[in-house]
Design a protein around this ligand. Structure first.
Ligand code: BGC
Length: 827
C-alpha cells in the first residue's frame, strides 16, 4: 500500500460512519466504535418504546446525593448496560454547570458548584469505565445554557474559565476519562471544536490527557482549523469536514500528516480500552435496587415541621396532585429513555405501601404533560384487533393528491413517532419527488369507560388531522425546523380537540400526518384523556381535609427540560400553586413533593409542613418515594443548587445571547451560592441544605497534618448518633480566603466547597470520626499571567458544616507560597 492510500485510510477514521458509529480499520487497530447517548441511561438504537432501557436519576439528582459511592454504583450499572448492548462510548456525564436555574439542561448538570460536579462526575466516569465502556465528558466548555447554543460566543475571563467551568472537566481528566465532547458554542471568539487553546493547550499540554475528543453532533465547522486545534473525531457521520477532507487538507499542505496520525492513535487507544467490555449484567431486581437506592439518596427533605415525615403507622393519607399519577421521570431531550412495563408511579407505589391508609387520590390540577398518553385509555391497534396501541401505516401521496395503499405497517405502543432520514415503505426523505408527499396514519379503536368530553392532543412536523370514525374532527401540526424535529414536536404548537364520547361505544381514531420531502427527520405526537371535571381543585381540597395527612405531588413535565431551549419561568404551574395553597389551608399536615430537576420557586414553602424535592428521579421513583415517605429509607439528598426567595436573586436570570451572539459571563466566578454570599442575600434554601430523619449530633471538630503525607491536611468532625435508626450525614468543608482587613476580595467568592463526605450512621449509639482530606489545589487560584494554578498565600478560614450556611466550626490557617499549611496562631 502506498503512502497516499494510507493517508486516505487514516483520514477516513477521523469522521463517524453514521449517527452512532465510527469506521473500522484493523490495519490501524481501530474498531468500529458505537457511541450512544446518556447520561440518564443507555438510549436504544431506535430511541423509542421498542427499545427499552433502565433509567437512572438525572444529573442534579445524583449531585444531590453528595455521595461518591452512590454515583459510582449508578455509573457501574450504566456501564454494564452499555456493555451488554455493545456500546463502546456512553455520551455522558454532562459536566456543564447550572450557571442559571433557567438552563434547559440543568437536569443533566451536577448542580452549580464545580468541585461537587467534578468529584461526582469523576465517580460516574469511574463506574462506567470499570465495565470497559468509555464515558465521554461533555460539553467542553461553557454550554451551560441552551438558547442559541450552536452559535453563542461565551465571553469569559480565563481565571473564571479555569476555576469554575473547566474545573469539572479537569477532574474528569484526572479520573482518566477516555473521551470528551467539544461543545457547540464558541468560547472567546472560537467554536469549541476548533479551539486550539482548549483542545490542545488545556487538554493536552496542561492536563496531559490522552483521550479522544469528538465534536458534538453536527458541531464541526471546518477541516483545517478543527484538526490543527486538536479535534480527533467529527460526529456524526457521514463525514462533512473531517474524514476524506482531512486527507485533502494534508495534501494541500494545510495540516501536518502527523496531526491526522495522532488523532488515529487516540482512536486506536480508545479501541483498545473498550475492547474488553464483556460485563455480565446482573439480575433485573438487583439493577433496579441500585436505581431505587440512588433515587432515595437524592431526595432532599427541605423542611419537616412537627416531624410530619416519616408518615406514622396509623396516619390516613390523601394523595393529591397530577404528578402522583403522571410524574416526570426524565428530561425531554434526544437522550430520552424508553421505559419498561415494570415502572410504577408514585401513586401506585404508595397504594401498595400504605394499602387502605391511602383514603383518596385527586389530581386537583390539570396534568402538565403537553400531550397526555392515550395508553391509559387502552387503545387497540385498529388493524390487528386485540393488540394494545396503534396501527401505523405509511403511504405516498401522488401529485394528484391520491393516497397510496399502505407501503408498510407497524403496530406501536406510543404516541411519539419520530423518523430520522427515512420512513418505512416511503423511503428516504431526501428522495421524495417534488410535488409529492408522504402520509403516516396512526389508528386505534377506543372504547371509553365513561361518558363525557375527551380532549385529543396532537402535533407534528407536517399537516396533522384527527379523524373520529372517519370524520375529520380537527387539524393542526407545524412545519418542521429541518434540524430540530424534537424542537418542533416538543415546543411546537399543540392542537387540542374536545370530542364527546359515550361509555361502551367503540370509536375508531386516526391521527394522520401529511408531509413533503427534504429535512432530516419527521415526527408526529398524539394523545388524549378524559377532560378534567370543573371541580377538580375543590374535590382535592375536600379529600385533603378528610385525611390526617395530605401529600401534594407538584412539579414540572419533562418538556420543561429540553435541548436548544431554556425556561422563561422557575415557577410551578399556577394551578398547582393554587392547589398547594388551598390544601395547606385545610390540612396542617401537608407534605409537598416537588418533582422538578432545577431550582424551582417555592413561595408557598412556609405554609407546607414538609417539602421533599425529588428531581427527575429515574424509573424507580415510585418505590423509592414510598420508602422515603414511610421511613424505610432515609431522604439522603442535600441541595446541589441554591433555591432563591425571588427569581431576581439568582446570579443569572437571562440566558439570551446579545444581538451580536455574545453571551457574557459578567458575574465571573460568582454563580450559585457564591453570588448569594457576595450580595448577602438570604436564599429560601441554601446550597448544601437538606434534613435527615436520624438525630445526628456534631461533637468536636479537628484539623491535623496527614500522617501519610499524601494530603496537605485532614479536617473533620466526630459525630454521635442517638438515632435509633440508620441515617446519613453529609459533612461539608468550605475554604474562605481572608484578607488582612477580614473582608472578601472584590469579585471573588467568599467561600468555595473543597471537600465533603457522605456518612452512613448506624442505629446504635456510636461515635463516628469523619476525616476529609485537603490538598494544595483547594487553596490555589488560577494565575492568568503565569498560565497555571498557584497557591494563594495568606490567611484562610476552613469551615465545617451541614450546609453552606449552617457552619459548625471554623479553623483559621495560613498557607504559604509553597502551598504548605500552618495552623496555630497566625496573627
Ligand atoms: C447533544 C449531546 C448528545 C448528542 C448526541 C446533541 O444534541 O448536545 O449531548 O450527546 O446530541 O445525541
Amino acid at each position: 500500500m502506498n503512502d497516499l492510500d494510507d493517508l486516505d485510510l487514516l483520514a477516513r477514521l477521523t469522521a463517524g460512519a453514521d449517527m452512532q458509529t465510527t469506521h473500522r480499520d484493523p490495519e490501524h487497530h481501530v474498531r468500529a466504535l458505537r457511541l450512544v447517548d446518556g447520561p440518564m441511561g443507555v438510549t436504544g438504537r431506535l430511541l423509542d418504546e421498542r427499545d427499552v432501557s433502565l433509567l437512572a436519576p438525572c444529573g442534579s439528582a445524583l449531585a444531590a446525593t453528595w455521595n461518591r459511592a452512590t454515583v459510582e454504583a449508578v455509573g457501574e450499572l450504566l456501564g454494564e448496560q452499555a456493555a451488554a448492548r455493545d456500546v463502546d462510548v456512553l455520551l455522558g456525564p454532562n459536566l456543564n454547570l447550572s450557571r442559571s436555574p433557567a438552563g434547559g439542561r440543568d437536569f443533566e448538570h451536577f448542580g452549580e458548584d464545580p468541585y461537587l460536579a467534578g468529584v461526582l462526575g469523576a465517580a460516574w466516569i469511574t463506574g462506567v469505565q470499570s465495565k470497559g465502556v468509555a464515558a465521554c465528558a461533555k460539553h467542553l466548555v461553557c454550554n451551560d445554557t441552551e438558547t442559541g447554543r450552536h452559535g453563542y460566543d461565551v465571553q469569559v475571563d480565563e481565571q473564571t474559565l479555569h476555576e469554575v467551568y473547566l474545573a469539572p472537566f479537569a477532574a474528569a481528566a484526572r479520573a482518566g476519562v477516555w473521551a470528551m465532547m467539544a461543545a457547540y458554542n464558541k468560547v472567546n471568539g472560537r467554536h469549541c471544536a476548533e479551539h486550539h487553546g482548549l483542545l490542545t493547550r488545556v487538554l493536552r499540554e496542561q492536563w496531559d490527557w490522552d483521550g479522544v475528543v469528538m465534536s458534538d453532533w453536527f458541531g464541526t465547522h471546518s477541516t483545517t482549523a478543527s484538526l490543527t486545534a486538536g479535534l480527533d473525531l467529527e460526529m456524526p457521520g457521514p463525514a462533512r469536514y473531517l474524514g476524506p477532507a482531512a486527507a485533502g487538507a494534508v495534501r494541500a499542505g494545510d495540516v501536518a500528516a502527523s496531526t491526522v496520525e495522532r488523532a488515529v492513535e487516540r482512536l486506536a487507544l480508545l479501541s483498545r480500552r473498550t475492547a474488553g467490555r464483556t460485563a455480565p449484567t446482573r439480575p433485573a431486581a438487583e439493577a433496579r435496587r441500585v436505581l431505587h437506592e440512588a433515587a432515595a439518596d437524592s431526595f432532599v427533605l427541605l423542611k419537616n415541621d412537627r416531624t410530619v415525615l416519616p408518615l406514622s403507622d396509623d396516619t390516613s393519607v390523601a394523595v393529591i396532585g397530577p404528578q402522583a399519577d403522571e410524574p416526570a421521570y426524565q428530561g425531554g431531550t434526544f437522550a430520552r429513555i424508553a421505559l419498561g412495563p415494570e415502572v410504577r408511579t408514585p401513586l401506585a407505589a404508595l397504594r401498595e405501601a400504605l394499602g387502605p391508609r391511602v383514603t383518596a387520590y385527586e389530581p386537583g390540577a390539570p396534568s402538565e404533560s403537553r400531550v397526555p398518553s392515550l395508553l391509559p385509555l387502552d387503545p387497540r391497534a385498529a388493524d390487528s384487533p386485540g393488540a394494545p396501541g396503534f396501527t401505523v401505516t405509511y403511504h405516498r401521496v401522488g401529485t394528484d393528491g391520491a393516497v397510496s395503499e399502505p407501503l408498510a405497517t407497524d403496530t406501536r405502543a406510543t404516541g411519539i413517532l419520530v423518523w430520522f432520514t427515512e420512513l418505512p415503505g416511503i423511503g428516504a426523505l431526501a428522495d421524495l419527488p417534488t410535488g409529492s408527499a408522504g402520509l403516516v396514519r396512526a389508528s386505534c379503536l377506543l372504547t371509553p369507560e365513561t361518558d363525557g368530553t375527551y380532549d385529543f392532543h396532537f402535533a407534528g412536523t407536517g399537516d396533522v388531522r384527527l379523524l373520529i370514525d372517519g370524520q375529520e374532527s380537527g387539524r393542526g401540526g407545524s412545519r418542521a425546523l429541518p434540524a430540530d424535529v424534537m424542537g418542533a414536536l416538543l415546543h411546537g404548537d399543540i392542537t387540542r380537540v374536545p370530542v364527546e364520547l359515550t361509555a361502551g361505544r367503540q370509536v375508531r381514531i386516526d391521527f394522520e400526518m401529511r408531509f413533503t420531502g427534504g429535512g432530516r427527520a419527521q415526527g408526529m405526537q398524539f394523545g388524549g384523556r378524559a377532560a378534567a371535571p370543573a371541580d377538580l381543585a375543590a374535590r382535592a381540597v375536600h379529600a385533603a381535609r378528610a385525611a390526617d395527612t395530605a401529600i401534594v405531588f407538584a412539579g414540572v413535565s419533562q418538556d420543561s427540560s429540553l435541548e436548544s431551549q431554556d425556561r422563561d419561568s422557575l415557577a410551578l404551574p399556577a394551578a398547582q400553586i393554587d392547589l398547594i395553597e388551598r390544601v395547606c389551608a385545610v390540612n396542617p399536615r401537608t407534605v409537598v413533593v416537588v418533582n422538578a430537576p432545577f431550582a424551582v420557586d417555592m413561595p408557598w414553602a412556609d405554609r407546607a409542613a414538609a417539602v421533599l424535592l425529588t428531581w427527575f428521579p429515574g424509573q424507580e421513583y415510585g418505590p423509592a418515594l414510598a420508602d422515603v415517605l414511610t421511613g424505610a429509607l432515609e431522604p439522603g439528598g442535600r441541595l446541589p443548587v441554591t433555591l432563591a426567595r425571588a427569581d431576581a436573586d439568582h446570579a443569572v436570570t437571562s440566558t439570551a445571547p446579545s444581538d451580536d451572539g455574545r453571551l457574557t459571563y459578567a458575574e465571573g466566578p460568582l454563580i450559585g451560592y457564591r453570588h448569594f454570599d457576595a450580595l448577602h442575600t438570604t436564599p429560601r434554601f441554601c446550597f448544601g441544605h437538606g434534613l435527615g430523619y436520624a438525630d445526628v449530633r456534631w461533637r468536636a471538630a479537628h484539623l491535623y497534618a496527614d500522617p501519610t503525607g499524601r494530603h496537605l491536611a485532614l479536617v473533620g468532625v466526630t459525630l454521635d448518633s442517638a438515632a435509633g435508626r440508620p441515617g446519613k450525614e453529609v459533612v461539608q468543608v468550605y475554604a474562605v480566603p481572608l484578607t488582612d482587613t477580614g473582608t472578601v476580595e472584590p469579585g471573588r467568592p467568599e467561600q468555595h466547597l473543597v471537600g465533603f463526605a457522605a456518612v452512613e450512621v448506624s442505629p446504635e449509639p456510636a461515635e463516628l470520626r469523619v476525616d476529609i482530606p485537603l490538598d494544595v489545589r483547594d487553596f490555589s487560584m488560577w494565575d492568568t499571567r503565569a498560565g497555571t494554578w498557584k497557591p494563594r498565600a495568606g490567611r484562610w478560614e476552613i469551615r465545617l458544616g451541614r450546609s453552606s450556611r449552617d457552619i459548625f466550626h471554623r479553623f483559621r490557617v495560613y498557607v504559604d507560597q509553597a502551598g504548605d499549611l500552618r495552623t496555630g496562631p497566625i496573627g
